[in-house]
Design a protein around this ligand. Structure first.
Ligand SMILES: [Zn+2]
Length: 471
């Protein structure tokens, strides 16, 4: 940008600031991209959730223990009171009366240096800031979205600068010539365990997002907890309902973080499915109410959106033309479709294997192995590596003896080929002993309580729920 360009930008900025100073209503506009805080209308709604939160926090005491494992400081106060309607004070958002705060959100690739340059502020001022022991670390490694505030009066000289050192500390520096005064503002957070409940509507994702569930939490429902019991493409209807227990962290009336799904229910066609989070050997898993893992030892079909094109048993080989046993099943899918590990495993073989072309063999322990053939390319795996169920091990192709792109999948027990579509898969290890006792104490009655919460929301829980009214 040339000198005249900078002048122009500077003049434009000063005009805006002057305008703001002359007409306070201009300043009263909320900052652009304002989305973190809730409107009054949303606050009115939250009182419903807050009431439910109180209910759950009071009756599911076990969940309050689990957050220690999530790394959330146990010292944080747990609020179980209903939320009151906070004043939406513009003065509070913008600083104080008579000031001229500009709020900036750091964009990807932006540094403090480039920001200062964009705002036409002297580098010396920035260095003055970076010399402060409490500022350097936070300001040199800023994530996109980080909020910074500049107090820029009409004369264009930086009067004060504000940033968040961490989640609970906001730091404000006031410039007075060469002197900088630091003020640290404590911003306490509150954790609340809430039940978020809704109906599927037109789209589970959209309905759940509207209720404040994160994309990650929704994925937990569809990919971790209910994946084995509910077909989200086929089974779910608009009036089916879900309830999710999560811990939310709030600060100044702003939801800043949502923890993992602690418990969830999904009612599909009147049938209730439920899952509870519990850490076994330091690893979080989801279990049924009686402590059996929701995750199966093996996924029945290690490939999404495929059709069975050749089943297990005798058939004429499509390439060789001879009749022989087909020792696996074939799934037709387009080249590049990801192939997942059917179960937790150790990678036994990755490479070219005769007619199988590019193939992977996984050892799942207890005598179980699986083979995946004709891949176009491999996933990021190497021999000997331990991988979790669902890990992408390769992509559909037609290498080796194949007439078209498909996955050839074999399932062996102690070296003997079995039909993966008809054998009874080994059940995963249930919780037992001390772990089961701990699980029970954490989740006891939780399901019943979610149901009582649903009764509050739907009034007619059991019968088809009435349409979830959106205000
Ligand atoms: Zn085959």
């Amino acid at each position: 940008m040339g000198k005249s360009g900078i002048d122009k930008a500077r003049r434009a900025r000063l005009d805006i600031l002057r305008e703001a100073a002359l007409h306070r209503h201009v300043a009263a506009r909320l900052p652009e991209g304002f989305n973190g805080r809730w409107t009054r209308r949303q606050w009115a709604h939250v009182s419903l959730f807050a009431t439910l939160a109180a209910l759950v926090a009071a009756i599911v005491p076990g969940f309050s223990d689990s957050r220690h494992a999530d790394g959330i400081a146990p010292a944080q106060a747990r609020t179980t009171l209903a939320l009151s309607l906070p004043p939406l004070s513009v003065a509070k958002l913008r600083g104080h009366a008579g000031d001229s705060w500009q709020i900036v959100h750091v964009e990807r690739g932006q540094t403090l240096g480039s920001l200062f340059e964009d705002m036409d502020l002297p580098a010396a001022t920035m260095h003055q800031l970076l010399e402060q022991p409490g500022a350097k670390q936070a300001l040199t490694r800023m994530k996109p979205g980080t909020e910074l505030a500049f107090d820029l009066p009409v004369d264009g000289k930086l009067r004060a600068f504000r940033f968040d050192r961490d989640e609970t500390h906001r730091v404000e520096y006031t410039f007075d010539g060469d002197k900088l005064t630091e003020k640290v503002i404590e911003r306490p957070t509150e954790s609340r365990t809430v039940v978020i409940s809704g109906t599927v509507g037109k789209s589970l994702f959209h309905s759940a997002r509207k209720l404040g569930l994160s994309g990650g939490a929704i994925n937990t429902l569809t990919d971790d907890i209910f994946k084995y019991d509910i077909d989200f493409n086929e089974d779910v209807a608009s009036n089916d309902r879900f309830s999710v227990v999560v811990e939310q962290t709030w600060r100044d009336g702003e939801l800043i973080r949502t923890g993992p799904v602690q418990a969830a229910t999904f009612t599909v066609g009147g049938k209730l499915h439920s899952g509870f989070r519990f850490e076994r050997n330091g690893k979080a898993e989801y279990f049924t109410a009686d402590g059996r893992p929701l995750k199966k030892s093996f996924i029945r079909m290690p490939i999404p959106y495929a059709r069975l094109t050749s089943s297990f048993g005798s058939r004429r080989h499509p390439v060789l033309g001879t009749v022989r046993q087909h020792k696996g099943v074939d799934y037709g899918a387009s080249t590049g479709t990801p192939i997942m590990a059917a179960g937790d495993a150790r990678v036994q073989f990755v490479g070219w294997k005769g007619g199988y072309g590019r193939a992977v063999i996984l050892d799942h322990g207890r005598g179980y192995t699986t083979l995946y053939g004709h891949m176009s390319r491999f996933g990021e795996i190497k021999q000997g590596q331990k991988i979790p169920q669902g890990k992408v091990i390769g992509y559909v192709g037609m290498t080796g003896l194949a007439t078209g792109p498909h996955l050839h999948y074999e399932f062996r027990i102690n070296g003997v080929h079995r039909n993966p579509l008809s054998i009874t898969m080994p059940p995963p290890e249930p919780l037992n002993g001390a772990a089961l006792a701990q699980f029970r104490s954490q989740t006891s009655n939780a399901l019943a309580r979610i149901q009582s919460v649903e009764k509050v929301i739907y009034a007619d829980a059991g019968a088809p729920p009435k349409k979830n009214k959106k205000a």
